[in-house]
Design a protein around this ligand. Structure first.
Ligand code: MLT
Ligand code: ZN
Length: 464
């Protein structure tokens, strides 16, 4: 159907690339959640910052809601456009703009995929250490909007630690150049950090200056099969004391079964309840420190089976078991939980969460995996084929309310790294106090008085 607002946009910005075909609206209107039916007004694909500014100026004037859009690999519905919004895709803005060897920084446009950033850093003998399975499709702008974490947070922290500066276009179309790559800057509110994890509600990130780290040490990759969560935490503690861990990830037999059904190769002859895949600094698979640490865990009777990768190809195979989980579970339309507590609170939290889920999800298949070394668990409930999607989501939502209560009692968070978006919005209050949410509302209203930026995401305006 023809919408006169598009004529107005076209005449305000004659050079702007606009996509309006039904398949394009479908493609750009959704993220990796498959719960909402995409229905954007159109998709704007600006080629530079000035066009982004002009689009936002137009949208503010016309009162058109805008959904900023990166690689749309999000899992919380933060980039979904299901209500006639204008999708503002940064995908054409993917240039690496500058490398500074003295500052050890890389400046990129926001639509640059994470993997391209990692490659650019490597080409300069350095690393950009934020990493996760969606690296090829997600973009730096989206990573910043959710403060993305991933598999190396344990060692390097979240995206936030690596953003030395960013350029943000506000709803009014103003360009804010935040922190400008400075290491020290004690000059008032750090608006850069306010923008990080704001899920496109405070402005559109158009450019980022990223800190780079020295290249990672050579690592050995090992996979251990373990009998219980308690043992898993003990193994974590023992390995952390003995080795320099670059990653410590876990998954359960349920998750593994799905990855194997998706074509991965079984690591052991029989199944085991829990697995950890570990990258530890080592001179090679025979590194004596590594073997001592492994032997210690085996002597304690903790390890049911284990393997140290003997080649890079084998390490990739082991990592595929962990990194292939999201894709392998996707056909089962999983209800995804992304909770975190402090690592010290993990054992008690896990015991209570397991009991809670066993009571509330009997008969449902639940796959646990995640970044146990940094306190972040992904609990994925798989939709039984016979159950309608709406009924499934309703059922899971009710259980999430219980889980959110548990997270609150353990002073954790309902979203560690996926963001709040639409999926976790009803539970924000278990992680943030009413006073905090009121401050967030005030900040949002100050930066976006017309409420055009990603409306409905993160939290709603107060009801009148
Ligand atoms: C992961 O850890 O694999 C990602 O957060 C994606 C997911 O949770 O599915
Ligand atoms: Zn994760």
């Amino acid at each position: 159907m023809h919408d006169p607002r598009l004529d107005s946009l076209r005449s305000a910005l004659p050079g702007l690339r606009l996509a309006t075909e039904p398949d394009e609206l479908l493609h750009y209107g959704r993220d990796w959640t498959r719960r909402w039916t995409p229905a954007p007004l159109a998709v704007a694909l600006p080629g530079d910052t000035r066009e982004v500014q002009a689009v936002l100026r137009w949208a503010s004037d016309e009162g058109v809601p805008v959904v900023p859009s990166g690689g749309r690999t999000g899992l919380s519905g933060g980039a979904v456009a299901a209500n006639g919004e204008l999708v503002l895709s940064l995908e054409r803005m993917r240039r690496v703009l500058a490398f500074d060897p003295v500052d050890r920084s890389l400046t990129v446009e926001a639509g640059t995929p994470l993997e391209a950033v990692q490659e650019a850093a490597r080409a300069h003998g350095l690393q950009y250490p934020v990493d996760f399975a969606a690296r090829g499709s997600c973009t730096i702008g989206g990573n910043i909007a959710t403060n993305a974490g991933g598999i190396r947070v344990l060692r390097y922290g979240n995206t936030r630690e690596w953003v030395a500066g960013l350029k943000l276009v506000t709803a009014a179309g103003e360009l804010l150049d935040l922190n400008r790559g400075l290491v020290k800057n004690s000059s008032g509110y750090d608006l850069r950090h306010l923008a990080i994890a704001s899920e496109g509600t405070l402005g559109v990130v158009v450019e980022a200056t990223l800190r780079l780290a020295p290249p990672p040490p050579p690592v050995a990759t090992l996979l251990l099969a373990l009998p219980s969560f308690d043992v898993l935490m003990q193994v974590f503690q023992a390995l952390r004391e003995r080795l320099s861990l670059e990653a410590f990830e876990f998954f359960t037999d349920v998750a593994l079964r799905h990855v194997l059904a998706h074509g991965a190769q079984a690591p052991f002859d029989t199944g085991h309840p829990y697995y950890v895949v570990v990258d530890a600094a080592a001179v090679g698979p025979d590194d004596p420190h590594l073997l001592d640490a492994f032997a210690h865990c085996a002597e304690q009777g903790w390890v049911e089976d284990g393997v140290v990768a003997q080649s890079h190809a084998q390490a990739l195979q082991l990592w595929r078991l962990r990194e292939g989980i999201t894709e392998a579970l996707a056909p089962h339309l999983p209800y995804k939980n992304d909770v975190a507590v402090r690592v010290s609170a993990m054992p008690a939290f896990i015991a209570e969460a397991q009991a809670l889920l066993a009571t509330h999800y009997p008969g449902f298949e639940v796959a646990w995996f995640g970044h146990i070394g940094d306190g972040n668990l992904h609990i994925n409930v798989l939709k039984p084929a016979a159950l309608e999607q709406d009924a499934f989501v309703e059922r899971c939502g009710a259980v999430t309310a219980h889980l959110a209560g548990l997270v609150e009692r353990h002073a954790g968070t309902i979203s560690a790294e996926h963001g709040i978006g639409l999926v976790k919005k009803p539970y924000l209050g278990c992680t943030r106090s009413a006073a905090e949410i009121a401050v967030m509302r005030a900040v949002r209203a100050a930066l976006d008085p017309a409420g055009i930026l990603n409306p409905g995401k993160l939290f709603d305006p107060p009801s009148r």
